[in-house]
Design a protein around this ligand. Structure first.
Ligand code: PLP
Length: 428
């Protein structure tokens, strides 16, 4: 917190497209998509218009015991874009809550079908699912959560696969050790395991760690073999980040629970959703005194303003994707990363997929000793990047690049060349 207090604080007053403006009128490219949420840019006229129209109807009416047309329509649309068979939607208002709901529904399901001993969660190494207690328990993110370990529930952790990909091509991939490890955990304890939880395709908060194509299908098959639920956390990757609207739909893998947030409302308003299967929902039916109901609700769950934005954003995202613009941006982004950073002495590794990348920094080519943690080189590069009109977030000595999906070719060049200058000026 001392560091936080010592940093120059930026007050962002307005946004336009991919740009943010501070109170002094200086503009910055939003290279962090406002914490990985922004899809269509800031201040989008079409989204603004539907939001104003909805505001003239109603800002909020509870979704607990009631419904509203935009919530119902959004539920229908989410079912449509998800793999067939995910037919039930529980709304909430942030990614961590979407995870809590999936975990609680999984635990309750096993109780309701007479297998209360199935209580464990299996997570992948380096997983991050949010900062609430259930989400921390299901994660493997010591930097964020170790301090709270004694208050969280026990989980099992399996090895992550290896996947090095650039220019849209996988250069090194090995999922066998990861799958063998998962299989042995399931084999040993499946009678006590409720669910396996996974951020499919990219683990964002772990520093854009990638999974090889086909990995998700293998994990699904293992969950089927050992009768455990599969919870997919698409809070980061969902809504276009990897190039497809949902990773699970594009890989044709149906999870038992699907968690969505962040890009769901294009970076406008808080909203999240947890989808599940009818077969799971049916276990929760019964007379009131059975206690089978899922007693869980958040005050602003399914907020109509947020649901309206989500519907409009989804419509716009579908045309962005169908027009080929999203694929184009991904290609330009990859080419630009390659042309600016291949062979750069301060770049140890680049992980890139879709419109997401992590650049691991190092003191110099062949330099084996890393910087001291308190050197905060990643942070220093990001502060320097402000002078080049960029807002970026580091993850220790990695720089994460997650621009809005509508970023133009010129803006991509501005982003990557500005980052390169910032690295050169800070490190060389
Ligand atoms: C994969 C993943 N899951 C869950 C979360 C938590 O979402 P929220 O910050 O909305 O609680 C995040 C946030 O970064 C995330 O990246």
């Amino acid at each position: 917190m001392s560091e936080y207090l010592s940093l120059p604080l930026l007050h962002i007053e307005k946004g336009q497209g991919c740009w943010l403006y501070d109170v002094e009128g200086k503009r910055y490219l939003d290279g962090n998509a406002s914490v990985w949420t922004n899809v269509h840019g800031h201040n989008d006229p079409e989204i603004n218009q539907v939001l104003r129209d909805q505001l003239d109807r109603i800002a909020h009416s509870t979704y607990l015991g009631l419904s509203h047309p935009v919530g119902a329509e959004l539920g229908r649309r989410l079912v449509e874009i998800s793999p067939p068979g995910l037919d039930r939607v529980t709304f909430s208002d942030n990614g961590s809550c979407a995870i809590e709901i999936a975990l609680k529904q999984s635990f309750q399901y096993w109780q309701l079908v007479g297998k209360p001993e199935k209580r464990l969660v299996v997570s992948m190494e380096n997983a991050y699912h949010g900062d609430t207690f259930g989400a921390m328990s299901a994660g493997d993110s010591p930097g964020f959560h170790e301090r709270f370990r004694s208050w969280t529930f026990e989980n099992r952790v399996f090895k992550a696969p290896i996947c090095k990909e650039y220019d849209g091509e996988v250069h090194e991939a090995d999922m066998s050790a990861s799958l063998t490890n998962l299989e042995s955990i399931l084999q040993a304890e499946s009678d006590q395991i409720a669910s396996v939880i996974l951020e499919p395709s990219i683990q964002g908060a772990a520093g854009m760690r990638l999974q090889p194509p086909g990995f998700l299908r293998e994990v699904r098959d293992l969950c089927d073999r050992f009768d455990t639920h599969l919870i997919l956390d698409e809070v980061f990757v969902g809504f276009g980040r990897t190039g497809s609207i949902l990773v699970c739909s594009s890989e044709n893998v149906r999870p038992d629970f699907l968690c969505l947030a962040k890009g769901l409302t294009a970076g406008y308003l808080p909203l999240a959703a947890t989808l599940t299967r009818d077969r799971i929902f049916e276990a929760f039916l019964g007379e009131f005194d059975s206690g089978n109901a899922f007693f869980h609700g958040h005050t602003f769950t399914g907020n109509p303003l947020a649901a309206t934005v989500a519907l409009k954003s989804l419509e716009k995202l579908e045309s962005l994707s169908h027009s080929g613009s999203l694929d184009h941006a991904i290609r330009v982004f990859g080419n630009s990363l390659r042309s600016h950073f291949t062979g750069h002495p301060n770049v140890k590794e680049i992980r890139h997929r879709g419109l997401a990348a992590a650049i691991d920094l190092q003191p110099g080519a062949g330099e084996t000793s890393p910087w001291e943690v308190n050197d905060r080189k990643g942070l220093k590069v990001c502060l320097r990047a402000r002078d080049h009109g960029l807002l970026l977030r580091p993850l220790l000595d990695s720089i994460l690049l997650v621009p809005p999906l509508v970023i133009s070719d010129e803006e991509i060049e501005f982003l990557i060349s500005g980052l390169r200058k910032s690295i050169d000026e800070t490190l060389i």
